[in-house]
Design a protein around this ligand. Structure first.
Ligand code: PPE
Length: 308
């Protein structure tokens, strides 16, 4: 099954069996994409036991996403944090990917979502390396997508809305069908934006660059961690507009994301990045990231919330 270890799903305040976690076919969300969601991980930390990575930040982003869609979540952030913990406990999961979802349920149809209820679900299951087992160590091959990321003032890029992921699906399918693991999309100005579900970083002249929030990227929580860990390593970090050709000149390119964690990129459009292998900066950041989440090192930034 695709959802290993997922036995109970939290729906509107109750833990229901996997088989019963259903919605009506006339729910607004499946017609018009009226939902917002999060994706975060719980790691089996050797110091403190199962621990959720940046729980408060993810829940806060969920509420900020809902705000733009004028969805009133009928719970507090604190209640959602507790519900996430309860979901992990109910499933006995020590390490997991967690998917909170806020959506417009069944009320009426027609574009106006306001008459429809705001429903909340939280699922968790075991999900290994997002871009394949070898990706983290070896790096992946990506293409620049023929699909452009959403233009400013069309879809809200800073909002993690389900509807934004139509664009992501187009990017991902095109890349996979053409034999690449993932795509990097450009923004409407032709500058580097992000992957279908990851932020992009490049190492250029020994400095670390990532596109700014004005380049239609999601404000990734892993992106924030990477910038903190890179500065800790003594790297200069810049949120800066990145022209496409910098991808080919870069010493390194890599992705960050809750699902993708820190995934090196070894080629873009079949052009080798650096010497065509996972680069040292990406691997060092990955090592520092995993050391914190796994508990080899202490949680020096307060990123972990114990489940129990
Ligand atoms: N950009 C996009 C478009 C995106 O979807 C993600 C997360 C990121 C950047 C990185 O954000 P953060 O997770 O806060 O570091 N993508 C989520 C969904 C992936 C999926 O396939 O679904 C994730 O990583 O959970």
């Amino acid at each position: 099954m695709a959802f290993d270890g997922c036995q109970k799903i939290w729906m509107n305040g109750e833990l229901v069996d996997f088989a019963d976690a259903k919605i009506h076919v006339l729910s607004h969300v499946i017609h018009y994409g009226s939902g917002v969601f999060e994706g975060l991980r719980c790691y089996d930390n050797r110091r403190i036991g199962p621990a959720i990575f940046r729980l408060k930040e993810h829940t806060h982003r969920l509420f900020n996403s809902a705000k733009v869609l004028r969805m009133e979540i009928p719970y507090s952030e604190e209640e959602i944090n507790e519900a996430i913990k309860a979901t992990l406990q109910a499933n006995g999961l020590r390490s997991a990917y967690i998917r909170p979802l806020v959506y417009r349920g069944m009320g009426t149809l027609g574009v106006d979502p306001v008459p429809c209820p705001v429903d909340v679900a939280i699922a968790a299951w075991s999900w290994g390396a997002y871009l394949g087992e070898e990706a983290l160590a070896q790096g992946i091959d990506v293409r620049v997508s023929s699909w452009t990321r959403m233009a400013p003032n069309t879809f809200p890029a800073l909002v993690k809305a389900t509807a934004n992921y139509l664009n992501s699906q187009l990017i991902r399918m095109e890349a996979n069908i053409d034999g690449y693991t993932e795509g990097i999309a450009l923004d409407t100005n032709g500058n580097v934006c992000e992957g279908s579900g990851e932020n992009v970083f490049i190492v250029y002249d020994g400095k670390l660059f990532t596109p700014p929030l004005g380049s239609s990227v999601l404000k990734g929580i892993t992106r924030d961690c990477i910038m903190i860990l890179a500065r800790e390593m003594g790297l200069e970090v810049h949120e800066h507009v990145i022209p496409r050709e910098m991808l080919y000149h870069a010493e390194e390119v890599f992705f960050s994301g809750s699902a993708a964690e820190v995934t090196p990129i070894r080629s873009v459009d079949r052009i080798a990045v650096g010497d065509g292998k996972a680069g040292p900066v990406a691997l060092e950041l990955q090592k520092r990231f995993f050391a914190i989440v796994n508990g080899e090192e202490e949680d020096r930034y307060g990123w972990l919330t114990p489940v129990g």
